[in-house]
Design a protein around this ligand. Structure first.
Ligand SMILES: [Zn+2]
Length: 71
């Protein structure tokens, strides 16, 4: 339970937001966020970043139906 006393890194929080942090660590990080306002601040900042990353990825993904057509 190292996240209780020690802050997770921004990378770890980012992985958590992306859903790619392994289960025991994700659970610890979640518990840490419940009690640590400093890390909640970081998580909120990263969440905005992750959201914009996601929408950028979605926008840059070529749409198959549109890609086949030449207008
Ligand atoms: Zn913390």
């Amino acid at each position: 339970m190292y996240f209780r006393n020690e802050h997770p890194t921004e990378d770890q929080i980012e992985w958590y937001l992306f859903g790619s942090l392994p289960e025991p660590q994700a659970e610890n990080l979640e518990e840490h966020l419940l009690v640590c306002h400093a890390c909640i601040d970081i998580a909120e900042k990263l969440a905005v970043f992750v959201d914009s990353m996601r929408s950028t990825l979605e926008q840059s993904t070529p749409k198959v139906s549109a890609a086949g057509r030449h207008i």
